[in-house]
Design a protein. Structure first.
Ligand SMILES: [Zn+2]
Ligand SMILES: [Zn+2]
Length: 173
């Protein structure tokens, strides 16, 4: 299995590295990093000052060289009626997307003594692993430690771990 990371816009090297390392450690896959792409035409919604997540998924499917392709972008994404999304993927699909925009928010949990940069990179890793999990057919998991737990705010992201729980792991092996 090959997963291709497709940077859209200006994605820092440490974010690409974090994404790649996380995918390799959780899934039995190879990871490549594609050339940086510009934001797809029609992605920007001027009324919302946000970008529609689906167009980024379509771009990842179009330019990606993997069986799974994940767009990674610093731009703020929305999907349908949700105010924002950290990422989006279709179940069993080949494309997905993660936005780092809202993962930079400082935590309201205050339980961690990690640096802001470490917290940010942990969140990136978890959301990347989460969206690729959907493309492997995994749905949301009730276990709040599992990476497939639904995490609408960074608080839930910070609580969960980077790995699949035992039940989710069994579903993909
Ligand atoms: Zn999800
Ligand atoms: Zn799980």
């Amino acid at each position: 299995m090959l997963v291709d990371i497709v940077p859209v816009g200006n994605v820092p090297a440490n974010v690409k590295r974090a994404a790649s390392t996380a995918l390799r450690s959780v899934y039995d896959c190879d990871v490549t990093i594609n050339d940086a792409q510009s934001v797809p035409n029609g992605a920007y919604d001027a009324d919302r000052n946000q970008y529609t997540a689906e167009t980024f998924i379509q771009l990842a499917e179009r330019v990606g060289r993997g069986e799974k392709n994940i767009a990674v972008t610093p731009h703020d994404l929305f999907y349908r009626r949700r105010n924002y999304v950290f990422g989006l993927a279709y179940l069993d699909g080949s494309g997905s997307v993660v936005s780092t925009y809202r993962l930079q928010t400082s935590s309201d949990g205050g339980f961690s003594n990690q640096s802001a940069e470490d917290i940010f990179q942990d969140r990136v890793r978890k959301e990347i692993v989460h969206e690729i999990g959907h493309t492997y057919g995994l749905e949301h998991c009730d276990n709040n430690r599992c990476v497939m737990n639904f995490s609408p705010t960074v608080r839930e992201v910070d609580i969960k771990e980077e790995n699949l729980c035992g039940s989710c792991q069994r579903l993909i092996s």
